[in-house]
Design a protein around this ligand. Structure first.
Ligand SMILES: NC(=O)c1ccc[n+]([C@@H]2O[C@H](COP(=O)([O-])OP(=O)(O)OC[C@H]3O[C@@H](n4cnc5c(N)ncnc54)[C@H](O)[C@@H]3O)[C@@H](O)[C@H]2O)c1
Length: 363
């Protein structure tokens, strides 16, 4: 694809958006970034705000005129702006923003003649027990009384909108089903995922909050690998609509993840765990028990292969998160034990200077 092209990223001030914008600028693209800063921050864009090939627009993705204006002269719209699983309330926001945002983006793409790269989620596979999850597998969701499924439903609506806009108007879309991404600029709350809250708790010497018995499994993909998947999707021209899983295939239980982060953190004392039975959650909360991507299609279409080992990615994330918490004036941080533990020195790339920020990632 011609790198002179202009790419619109919605949700650019968030975790994936800001990392993707940097990667596209580094490849020579012009990037227009739209965000209403409801969950993202301009701090995530400090590296690129002055870049002459980057333009930031503060706007709401649910408003078609704003999206249309931002999309003018863009060849691709990467749609990331969305609300996530409403674990602690906010189901209406998730449903409304994801429906109206998707509707505005596809309508703008139709009017300006752009392709779309849509961020969807592994959550749409839900309770499917046929592992690893393939793109042509079933989406199996639980009861509507369980709030968590509103996120998957809203993303499935956007996926169907992609196929409908292709059928009705020929808009081409690559739908990326993201499997848990982590790394630099992740949210430090549950919005960012379990690894974020586990790291914060462990760095403070506090108990790690585990939902259920912790035997549920996930796969975690370092941000540079997620971003490489998105860059490939930006440069890929589908026939019509394509669904593609992007993630890492290593399966790990949530309890094992807590132990691994504890070991890599080299903080003193033992791991402290506080279990939260699902029954304690409101809104009939339901968890997904296993989640692993089948990456065959990503390999076939993009030559995609995750490169960063979980240990290496977590080490880099721990370093970044410690710096971020320190910069935010977190006084409860405990120090690392100086150690020559060989099990945690398996970098393939060298970490940045201690105390420096941000941690440099290569895409
Ligand atoms: N991070 C993951 O592991 C993961 C996994 C599956 C799917 N996803 C999807 O990837 C996308 C990006 O996720 P993320 O982790 O970077 O989330 P994020 O919350 O860090 O970023 C989303 C950005 O969208 C912006 N936004 C939200 N509502 C908006 C609105 N109405 N108008 C304009 N901007 C708005 C927020 O301010 C934020 O900057 C989302 O669509 C998410 O559902 C992420």
């Amino acid at each position: 694809m011609d790198t002179q092209n202009t790419i619109l990223i919605t949700g650019v001030a968030g975790f994936i958006g800001s990392n993707l914008a940097e990667a596209l600028l580094a490849r020579g693209y012009q990037v227009v970034g739209l965000d209403n800063l409801s969950m993202g921050s301009l701090m995530n864009l400090t590296e690129i705000l002055q870049n002459p090939r980057f333009r930031f627009i503060k706007a709401d993705v649910t408003e078609l005129p704003a999206v249309l204006a931002a999309a003018e002269n863009c060849q691709v719209i990467v749609h990331l702006a969305a609300y996530k699983i409403p674990r602690y309330g906010g189901r209406l926001d998730t449903l409304r923003i994801n429906e109206a945002g998707g509707s505005a983006v596809f309508e703008a793409a139709r009017q300006v003649g752009a392709r779309v790269v849509l961020a969807s989620t592994s959550d749409v596979y839900g309770r499917n027990t046929e592992l690893p999850f393939r793109e042509d597998g079933n989406t199996v969701l639980g009861s509507s009384s369980s709030a968590r499924w509103s996120y998957a439903i809203s993303k499935l609506f956007d996926e169907h909108l992609a196929f409908a806009y292709n059928e009705a108007y020929g808009v081409k879309t690559t739908i990326i089903r993201i499997f848990g991404s982590y790394g630099q600029r992740q949210h430090l709350t549950w919005w960012g995922g379990p690894q974020s809250v586990f790291i914060s708790a462990i760095l403070r010497g506090q108990p790690v909050e585990i939902h259920g018995d912790g035997l549920q499994t996930r796969s975690f993909c370092f941000i540079s690998d997620t971003v490489r998947g998105f860059v490939s999707a930006v440069e890929f021209i589908p026939e019509g609509c394509e669904l593609v899983n992007i993630g890492a295939a290593r399966e790990i239980s949530i309890l094992e993840l807590a132990h691994l982060i504890k070991r890599l953190s080299r903080t003193p004392d033992e791991l402290k765990v506080k279990f939260h039975p699902y029954a304690n959650f409101k809104n009939n909360y339901e968890d997904v028990m296993r989640r692993i991507p089948d990456l065959t299609k990503a390999r076939h279409l993009f030559g995609y292969e995750p490169r960063v080992l979980l240990e290496e990615g977590l080490e880099r994330t721990l370093q970044w998160q410690r710096e971020r918490m320190r910069a935010m004036g977190d006084t409860s941080l405990i120090e690392r034990i100086p150690s020559v533990d060989s099990s945690v020195s398996m970098h393939r790339s060298s970490p940045s200077t201690p105390g420096s920020m941000p941690v440099a990632f290569s895409f």
